[in-house]
Ligand binder design. Sequence first.
Ligand SMILES: [Zn+2]
Ligand SMILES: [Zn+2]
Length: 254
Amino acid sequence: MKVRILGANGGIGAQARTTSILVDGDILIDAGTGVGDLTLAELRAIDHVFLTHSHLDHLVMLPFMLDTVGASRGRPVRVYAQEATLAALRRHLFNGELWPDFSRLPTPDAPFMTYQALPPGSELTLNRRRIRSIPVNHVVPAVGYLLSGARGSLAFSGDTSTTEEFWKVLNATGDLRHVIIETSFVDADAELSRISKHLCPAMLADELKKLKPGPRVHITHLMPDEEDAIMDEIARHVPSDTPRRIERGQVFEL
Ligand SMILES: [Zn+2]
Ligand SMILES: [Zn+2]
């Protein structure tokens, strides 16, 4: 399993891209602005899209991706998420006003996309790659994903504040090698982190105490103009085995 980071920023501008992860070329975890860097052939090869939650920075490229390659693919893209997230897509995005309803177009029999409800905590296997959704704690219903290949597992938090279930699942995963977790703001924005249900470095440090030692921890979703300050604060809170910032283009082999 090859996991490639397409976008890992909490905003846009210059080199920043919002959340998206490509797995083996055919699976996308979230569809933030990083998807826009893919070639047409790469876009066309994506058969499965797993969404963490309904916020735009995690799915804004999905409508453009379907519009761009839907007709030339010949089969629908499967969009997996929990029911609340799918309901938001139906109601607010693919509603015939903001964007066409590609779950029924160009024809109901051969649409560009299909909705696949994936209850939090459920797992499915696609060609020997296991994908498990894990409920997390955000202002809208949200999950993280545990990706497992032949050579280990990688966990991705999506957007979350403090959480128990995520760490429980990770600690029960014997071959866990990497954890990608968000830290959106600096400690001075602890109140903003609390009300928007994200993490700041002090909160991250407390969360990491719940994780059994072993896996390498990587930080994602940093606000573009605060990245260095956030990472400096993380280094102060977590002086040994300090998490690293995830980089666009980074690849994990699992
Ligand atoms: Zn969010
Ligand atoms: Zn986000």
